[in-house]
Design a protein around this ligand. Structure first.
Ligand code: SF4
Length: 219
């Protein structure tokens, strides 16, 4: 199934734009409860004003709130960015650390965010269990676990470590384009022959299913 997903989505990658580890950490935190598209739109102004942890830690709260305003939960997100930047400055001399153990000590950074940064910046394989990944691997019958950390370990047991980062991209990409939460495009799904959830939540008719497929840009 992973091989076919890789063939179907050869361009699969992290859909958040970033230039370095700090930017990816910040945009991943900002992506909670909103779309990657919105975060990508807010990114240029944010990092033009505060390109590194030191400048962001010293940012006036009101200005930061203005910049993250379009993403919702702006007070909470501003607090997260201020605390995160300050912790990187105070404890890691202004450099984003490159291990899971250190990353998860940063405020607002859980295993999901840490694995995104490890896999996409530090070339350390990581499984990113976001809402898409969890839903899909349960639909695929790869695990019955619902707790994200248990899902991460269960799927990690099924695949070689070197494949973890790209596996995450393929599964999440499929979740955004065909295997959506409400109405998956089962009749237009390249892995339907192996999927125990084929037709359970979505149409099996190829024409009806094809209309559900999302092909345009970041989800
Ligand atoms: S068959 Fe349906 S439920 Fe299974 S992976 Fe494909 S789109 Fe998702």
């Amino acid at each position: 199934m992973n091989r076919v997903l890789a063939e179907t989505y050869p361009e699969a990658h992290c859909e958040l734009d970033f230039d370095d580890a700090f930017q990816l950490l910040v945009v991943t935190v900002l992506s909670a409860q909103t779309t990657d598209r919105r975060v990508n739109a807010a990114r240029p102004a944010l990092f033009a004003a505060y390109p590194d942890p030191r400048s962001m830690a010293a940012a006036p709260r009101e200005h930061l709130e203005q910049l993250v305003g379009p993403l919702g939960f702006f007070r909470q997100k501003t607090t997260s960015l201020l605390n995160l930047s300050a912790a990187i400055v105070d404890r890691f001399d202004g450099e984003v650390p490159g291990t899971l153990e250190e990353l998860v000590t940063l405020p607002g950074v859980g295993r999901k965010t840490a694995n995104v940064v490890l896999g996409n910046v530090f070339d350390v394989p990581g499984i990113t269990v976001d809402t898409h990944f969890g839903r899909l691997v349960r639909r695929f019958g790869w695990t019955t676990e619902t707790d994200p950390v248990k899902v991460e370990f269960a799927i990690g047991d099924l695949f070689p470590k070197k494949d973890w980062t790209m596996l995450s991209h393929h599964v999440i990409w499929h979740g955004r384009r065909r295997c959506m939460a409400k109405k998956p495009a089962c009749g237009a799904c390249p892995i339907s022959q192996w999927c125990p959830s084929y037709g359970v939540d979505g149409p099996t008719d190829p024409i009806e299913a094809e209309k559900l497929v999302r092909t345009q840009g970041p989800a």
